[in-house]
Write a protein that binds this ligand. Sequence first.
Ligand code: HEC
Length: 221
Amino acid sequence: MFHWLEKNPFFFAVGVFVVIAFAGLIEILPNFAEASRPVAGLKPYTVLQLAGKEVYKKDNCIACHSQLIRPFKSETDRYGQYSLSGEYAYDRPFLWGSKRTGPDLHRVGNYRTTDWHENHMWDPTSVVPQSIMPAYKHMFKNIADIDTAYAEAVTVKAVFKTPYDAPNGTPLGTVDEARAAALEEAKAITADMKNQDVKDAVAAGKIPEIVALIAYLNRLK
Ligand code: HEC
């Protein structure tokens, strides 16, 4: 029946395209269904974590790190469970990246800790002697922008219906409440840190970028 098709390169190519496109759609479409986005139990980022995500974007970690574990044994052995689309439901934008000069970070919160990140961001070679990752000492001084992160949270809640304040969800509240909550969260993190300037800043009510970034990295699980 399709004999003529095999003898006609142009229509054969069109046919192949249609078949592959259809197969692609079948793979992709279910991921847009309500039921698979977000994955069960996923909570929106806290304001402090969002501020850390801003640091991640600003300092261009995405240039060397992906956040997408592919479903191959070599990757799941190293990084853990492969990534699901519903895990990024509250990522705006998602930070999949396309280059791995360093390792994938999508589940780094499972195997790296606050104090490890503190040492590593201050001087990567202190924990990984051969590391070529740059140091990020300025993050220990620069103060994180909590108010902009709060504005971002309010916006995604309004525009994309991200379920802040939902039962068992992440509370957002007023900007003052958000600042207070971020500070509490920051204090819990600095309890595991040793840099005295950072501890002093948080005690004085200011949150250095490194604390927000660690809040974000710890959340990547
Ligand atoms: C120039 C490329 C480069 C940039 C930019 C970069 N990294 Fe890295 N990163 C690496 C390399 C290479 C490694 C592996 C060696 C090491 O652990 O230091 C690494 C390792 C890491 C690890 C350890 C992961 C693991 O599984 O052990 C973390 C966490 C990390 N980077 C976070 C960051 C963050 C956060 C930023 C942005 C502030 C950043 N990196 C920017 C190259 C980079």
